[in-house]
Design a protein around this ligand. Structure first.
Ligand SMILES: *Cc1c(COP(=O)(O)O)cnc(C)c1O
Length: 713
């Protein structure tokens, strides 16, 4: 392969720099530049500029360099990038000028930055990706640590029997927007961690998200035996043994990466408990330097922040003691602890016995802890009060910072342009100021509605084109063509439901009374249709059964082509969905949805939510920006909870939602509906963006640690 630096003409020789910084993924001028360069390649590479530059013909590059319009566009984008990277003007520097040299290390098992890096499985990863991007936008000195899984998460196929199949594809690391970290002699920089009696090595990939650097481990290196080369191959696929080894790499290896690169974090943020072993490594370093264990613990606590993400017990990793002994018997000696003292750091009663729980370890060793919505904060205090048996419930030191979504990632350029026109060009830089969004009132109904209609047609076109291509390849059962969106009506009220198929999310709830649902869907004058998408974890058979059940409805002609199941949900499809459906449905079993973020993505796009009052929606619902399923009452009998919630959905659809959507004036505009769309954006954009979220993390967490103010415990 010719190095890109040699291939790209001098005049536009910074294109590779741009391609290797995922900043382009949330700047629509930069995306437009690559589209302009070669639209066919942009599409065939699935929006991967690095691969584009490798595949593009030298002739096309030469033409672009000579084209004055391209060159102007190129200069404009690079100037914007340079200004961004300089960052002296950014919020963090101007608000906290005294703190500029204090990096925050942010550890996460997955990062959902862009589709060209499929190293995420769902909400947790998207949140980490959005967190990193917003940190860049605000100039917060964040450094990310994670894994570069070469096979990522799986790609989903649904054959005509409806039972999900998982396909693993090898990512071509040389054509991804990542670069290996090399030493002065051009060799890979590596770190090693003792896993049991053997060191396991990882090389490091650098991912740039604007100003933020992420360092991702990959154990596929010569020094490792085949089993360990595979260790970081896939996200969340392994058994407990693979999992503890991955988590040791993430936590302990992650600290060593930063030490090797001479990065000295002042704060350590664990995004979920997967990385919690990092505190053991930090304590080990301090004990080795002469501290007692108690001193080390106290020092580490002053620097660590932990965000917990789920009220579902099985979502918290726990390892049996014999496994802990296998990997840590040397480690506890280095901490100056005996076996029992060590194990008590994570001791917890699981449904299957006493074990070492990663969340408990993180709770005991972090100075600041938060849940991801107000309700989730309350639930987490209940859930973990046993860790502080001497304290009353309200004093359990777990607070909350509600999640958010990164606006420029989730708003399409069409909508950003509309906002530029009516909200003023500063709307993005002042996005957390509610007064900016009052100006939405100036957008004429017709303009908001027509934009939405256009984005809806884009979604339906996207679905048709996907299935058309697969069908042309000839590998498919024709049923696939019918269930994947080709029968959808461009004018029918379209409800979207897309997320991981975890059972508590109750994807099939709306089918509880199939006759009543059919009457709603098949109404001749006011038809309704449903688009489903989502993956079940490969080991989650109940989740796969939900997919199969929905798929069988989609296939059934009695449902009239009004239900589609779109396979292989990912960030790319999520963008089309949250921008193009009419209504976003979310019906988890309260209170198990810690926050939920797909509904926020829909809301900022003016897609009203129809949701259970769980997670973020319990905070966001205001009576005018969408609909609430039920009133938040929790029943102890699952069957009647499901039945009540399903009936609440039907009644809302029949009595309010469907009539409002079809209530058109002479210009065929649903005025009442457009009001709800507008209120959805107005109420959510300033509050449920990562802008507000990162400012809260900074003032309530990072600042406390960076300036060593008194900590909560
Ligand atoms: C936003 C997003 C999620 C998270 O959705 P929830 O509603 O929070 O479950 C999952 N997967 C993808 C691809 C997303 O974009």
């Amino acid at each position: 392969m010719t190095p890109l630096t040699e291939k790209v003409p001098e005049k536009i020789n910074r294109l590779p720099d741009l391609a290797y910084n995922l900043w382009w993924s949330w700047n629509y001028n930069a995306r437009a530049l690559f589209k302009r360069l070669d639209y066919t390649l942009w599409r065939s590479t699935h929006h991967n500029p690095v691969q584009m530059l490798h595949e593009i013909s030298p002739g096309r590059l030469a033409d672009a360099a000579q084209d004055p319009a391209f060159y102007r566009h190129y200069n404009k984008v690079l100037m914007e990038l340079d200004r961004e990277m300089e960052n002296g003007h950014l919020w963090f520097r101007t608000t906290y000028p005294e703190l500029k040299n204090s990096p925050i290390a942010y550890f996460s098992a997955e990062f959902g930055l862009h589709n060209s890096l499929p190293i995420y499985s769902g909400g947790l990863g998207i949140l980490s990706g959005d967190h990193a991007k917003e940190a860049s936008d605000l100039g917060i000195p964040l450094v990310g640590i994670g894994f570069m899984y070469p096979q990522g998460y799986f790609r989903q196929r649904i054959p005509s029997h409806g039972w999900q199949e998982a396909i693993y594809e090898q990512l071509d690391l040389n054509q991804a927007p990542i670069r290996p970290m090399l030493d002065d002699s051009g060799q890979d920089i590596k770190v090693s961690v003792m896993l049991g009696d053997r060191p396991v090595y990882a090389r490091i990939w650098n991912v740039k998200a604007g100003r933020v650097n992420l360092y991702m481990m990959d154990t596929d290196v010569d020094e490792n035996d085949p089993w360990n080369r595979e260790l970081s191959a896939r996200l969340y696929s392994g058994d407990g043994e693979v999992r503890i080894r991955q988590e040791l790499m993430l936590g302990v290896g992650g600290v060593r990466i930063l030490r090797t690169l001479n990065i000295e974090p002042q704060a350590w943020h664990m995004n979920e408990g997967h990385s919690a072993f990092l505190v053991l490594e930090l304590m080990r370093e301090r004990v080795a330097a002469g501290a007692t264990f108690d001193e080390a613990l106290e020092q580490v606590r002053r620097q660590t922040i932990f965000t917990t993400h789920t009220p579902v017990p099985a979502g918290h990793d726990a390892f049996p003691f014999h496994m802990m002994e296998q990997y840590f018997s040397r480690f506890w000696e280095e901490l100056g602890l005996n076996r029992d003292e060590f194990l008590s750091l994570g001791r917890h009663e699981e449904s299957w016995g006493t074990a070492f729980n990663m969340t408990v370890l993180a709770l005991r060793t972090s100075g600041l802890v938060n849940g991801v919505s107000k309700l989730h904060g309350e639930v987490s205090r209940q859930m973990w009060r046993s860790v502080w048996p001497e304290r009353p419930l309200e004093e359990v030191p777990i607070t909350h910072i509600t999640n958010g979504v990164h606006l420029p990632t989730w708003l399409p350029s069409e909508t950003q342009n509309l906002f530029n026109k009516y909200l003023g060009t500063e709307w993005l830089s002042r996005q957390d100021d509610p007064t900016i969004w009052e100006r939405l009132a100036d957008i004429p109904d017709a303009e908001l509605w027509n934009l939405h209609y256009q984005l809806k047609q884009k979604l339906l076109g996207f679905l048709r084109e996907r299935v058309r291509r697969r069908w042309v390849k000839g590998s498919d059962d024709p049923t696939q063509v019918l269930t994947s969106g080709t029968l959808l009506d461009p004018n029918a009220l379209t409800i979207g439901f897309a997320r991981r198929f975890a059972t508590y999310k109750r994807a099939d709830l709306i089918f509880a009374d199939i006759d009543r649902l059919r009457r709603i869907l098949l109404n001749t004058h006011m038809p309704v249709q449903l688009i489903f998408a989502g993956k079940a974890h490969p080991a989650d058979d109940p989740g796969k059964m939900l997919i199969q059940s929905i798929y069988s409805h989609a296939k059934h002609n009695e449902i009239g082509g009004r239900v589609a199941f779109i396979e292989d949900y990912d960030m790319h499809m999520a963008r089309y969905m949250v921008q193009g459906v009419d209504l976003w449905l979310n019906n988890p079993l309260r209170p198990r949805e810690a926050s939920g973020t797909s509904g926020m993505k829909a809301a900022i796009n003016g897609i009203p939510n129809l949701s259970v009052l769980d997670g973020w929606w319990a905070e966001a619902y205001n009576g005018a920006n969408g609909w609430a399923i039920g009133d938040g009452t929790v029943r102890h009998d699952r069957g009647s909870q499901d039945w009540d919630d399903a009936n609440a959905i039907y009644s809302l659809l029949e009595d309010e939602i469907v009539p409002l959507f079809y209530d058109r004036d002479r210009d065929d505009i649903p005025r009442g509906w457009v009001e709800i769309m507008r209120e959805s954006i107005r109420s959510s954009a300033p509050q449920f963006g990562t802008r507000r979220m990162l400012k809260e993390y900074t003032s309530e967490m990072y600042m406390m640690v960076l300036s060593e103010l008194a900590l909560a415990q």
